[in-house]
Each structure stands twice: as C-alpha cells, then as structure tokens.
Design a protein around this ligand. Structure first.
Ligand SMILES: Cc1cc2nc3c(=O)[nH]c(=O)nc-3n(C[C@H](O)[C@H](O)[C@H](O)COP(=O)(O)OP(=O)(O)OC[C@H]3O[C@@H](n4cnc5c(N)ncnc54)[C@H](O)[C@@H]3O)c2cc1C
Length: 356
C-alpha cells in the first residue's frame, strides 16, 4: 500500500494503516514531513450546526460533507489518543467546534517510516494525499484563471501530482475547480513564518478598491472567513486590491487584534500613503494597504465517494485508488470549511477502506 504525501491526510492515513496491521510505504516529495499542516494554525474544526455547514458551503457534495461533519469529533479524539498536543480545547469561534493542535507535535505523534524527497503515486494501491495543486502556476491558471499570478501561501510541493496521476486513469473532477481558499496578504515580500501573522483579515472593515479605482466588493458582503473577497481579488487586475480604512475601521477587532495592529504589522512596502493611491482616496480615509490574493489550497479536486475512493465520470470507483485531503475536491465548494478536518477524516476513511 502506497500513501503519497506526508502532510495531514497522508500522515493520518499511514498511521491508521499501521494500526490496522499494514505496513504502508509513505512517500513525501518535500524535504520534510507535515505539508501545509506544519505551516498552519492547527485549528481542526467543524461547523457547530449541520445546517450552518450547508449554508456556508452550499455547492459542496452533501454526502462527503456528512462524513466529515459526523466523524470529526471521534477523529479528533483519535488524534489526541495518538499523542498529538492540544493547544486550545475549543476553537474560540462560537460557530465552530474543534481543537487547536500544535502542528509539529502532530507530525511527531503520527510519525512512522517515511521516504523523504520521493514522489510518484504509482503503487498497486495508492492513497493520494499530495495536497492539491496550489503550487502549480500552470494548473492554477488552467482551472482558477486569476487575472495575474497568485502568491503561494502554503507548502511549495503541492503541484497537482495526485490530480494528474488520477486524471490519467479516468478520474473525474469535482465541482468548484475554479475556487480556492486563501488570504489577501500584503503586497510585499514575506516568508513562510509570516503566513498567519501577516494575513490582512479585515476586509469586513475596509472599503475595497482595485488598481483601477473600482470599488469592486462591499464590506457588507464579506464572508466571515473572507474567502469570497480573496477569490474576487484574484480576478482584478494584478490580483491586487487596496483596503482603505477610516478611523473607526482601525478600531475594529478580529479575534484578539485590532485592525490598526494588523495594518501596522504589514511591511512598509504594502502600506500606501493616501496621496499615492492610484485613485482619489474616499472621504474620511486615514490608512490604506495594498494586498495581493494568495492561495493556501484548492477547493476543487478529484471526485471521490464516502470511502474516499476516486470515481470515474460514470460514478464507478477506480480500483486501488483513493484520495484524501485537498486532493479530494467538492467539500467546501461555495464557501469555507476546515481543510485539516477534511484531511483528518478522509485520511482515516481512506485507510480503513484500503485496509479491507
Ligand atoms: C498558514 C496556514 C494556516 C492554516 N490554518 C489552518 C487552520 O487553522 N485550520 C485548518 O483547518 N486548515 C488550515 N490550513 C490549511 C491546512 O493546512 C490544509 O488544508 C491541510 O494541510 C491539507 O492537508 P493535506 O494532507 O491535503 O495537504 P498537506 O498537509 O499540504 O500535505 C500534502 C503533502 O503532499 C506532499 N506531496 C506533494 N506532491 C507529492 C508527491 N508527488 N509525492 C509525495 N508527496 C507529495 C507535499 O509535499 C505535502 O507534504 C492552513 C494552511 C496554511 C498554509
């Protein structure tokens, strides 16, 4: 049994297979295990109410959403029992239930034998856990078609290997191939240690303009995850936007930080003087930040069933091929859901099906 990718889904699948008496080969293309999970905030969550999940991700495959929603609590307990360190017992968001884990501790808790620097999905039976195609500019252009290149806010190795491998074996694509989850980040240099701290997560307080001065998105329409404004930004010139703030907006709060603190944290190159805006600053404006749409992971991917088996166009399962985590598409379509939760549950589900 081959597990391709040692990020969240792959580590989970391999650990579960070992528990069930198998000796999987776990291949990791990158120079370290953990994938984007290692860069993440580590909050594994589900919507508190099923109806809320459906409302939030209305175009997602309901059967797959059910599996994640119903199995997550027990999956989190499994992870805790494996020794993964919990940082918060609750998410801190009243809409959601889950726990925050320490990512490096998750890797250590699930670690087993691993081939580093090894790619290839060609096992006799393979669980694809390669993390989607966010790191492939070519596939991002083909499926998401942004107005300009998106910045990568994730691991650099998820270039669509699982997708390409399965498509060559008659796999069918899920809905939502044009969608992605990401953040608007300062339009300035940053590195992978700053992916969380520099996120410009205050569109709900800002007036939002593009490079041509068009106010293309109303703050009243910004979703709680802000995914919708990031996707819209991707389609504006340069995949960029300006968040323009008045004095009241700067006092706004996002979790434990004020908007003023988040603006202050942005590199100077991205903080634009009002006189330097490429359009007339609106009345009352006191600050502006230029942001660029940045992709964390893709939302569309391979079409799978409730057992994480990869499906053909006619709905039949391809023998010996499963996909878990971001490689499997169609769950968060139309909105936002926890990528770690999907990877955890589908990693378990795929391993259990493969083991039988
Ligand atoms: C800054 C940041 C914050 C985040 N915060 C959260 C959060 O708080 N909560 C949440 O739910 N989600 C969060 N996420 C998203 C979450 O990290 C991902 O949804 C999750 O890691 C997806 O798991 P995965 O196993 O599908 O992919 P990954 O964890 O990215 O793992 C994919 C792995 O596959 C490897 N790979 C690629 N191609 C091959 C190949 N051909 N052969 C072998 N290996 C290959 C990659 O190197 C990588 O290790 C965050 C992400 C980032 C970047």
């Amino acid at each position: 049994m081959l597990v391709a990718g040692a990020g969240m889904a792959g580590l989970v699948a391999a650990a579960r297979l070992r528990e069930l008496g198998h000796e999987p080969t776990l291949r990791e293309k990158g120079s370290r295990a953990g994938g984007s999970m290692l860069l993440s905030s580590g909050v594994i969550w589900r919507h508190r109410e099923w109806e809320e999940f459906r409302r939030e991700c209305p175009a997602g495959d309901e059967r797959l959403q059910r599996v994640v929603w119903e199995r997550l609590d027990e999956a989190i307990e499994w992870l805790v029992a494996k020794g993964a360190p919990v940082v918060w017992e609750e998410t801190g968001n009243p809409r959601t239930i889950g726990k925050r884990f320490e990512p490096r501790g998750v890797v250590e808790a699930l670690a087993g034998e691993l081939e580093l620097g090894a790619d290839g999905c060609d096992g006799e039976a393979t669980i694809l856990c390669t993390g989607g195609f966010a790191a492939s500019p070519q596939l991002v252009t083909e499926y998401i078609a942004p107005a300009a290149g998106l910045r990568l806010r994730a691991n650099e190795w998820s270039t669509g290997d699982g997708l390409r491998f399965a498509l060559a074996r008659e796999a069918h694509l899920s809905g939502g191939m044009e969608e992605f989850y990401g953040r608007n980040m300062p339009d300035a240099p940053w590195d992978e240690t700053q992916l969380v701290s520099l996120s410009q997560l205050f569109a709900r307080y800002a007036r939002i303009f593009d490079e041509d001065g068009a106010e293309f998105f109303s703050r009243d329409d910004v979703s709680w995850s802000e995914t919708n404004v990031v996707q819209a930004t991707a389609h504006r010139r340069g995949a960029k936007a300006y968040y323009v703030l008045d004095a009241e907006a700067l006092q706004g709060h996002v979790r434990d930080r004020t908007v003023a603190e988040m603006v202050e944290a942005a590199p100077a190159e991205a903080r634009v003087g009002l006189g330097d805006l490429p359009f007339d600053a609106p009345d009352g404006a006191v600050a502006a930040v230029r942001v660029i749409a940045s992709i964390t992971h893709t939302i569309g991917g391979l079409r799978v069933d409730e057992h994480a088996r990869v499906l053909r166009a006619d709905g039949s399962a391809i023998d010996g091929l499963w996909a878990a985590g971001v490689d499997a598409g169609g769950i968060a379509t139309g909105g936002y859901a926890s990528g770690l939760a999907q990877a955890l549950v589908q990693g378990l589900v795929a391993a259990e099906d493969a083991a039988t």
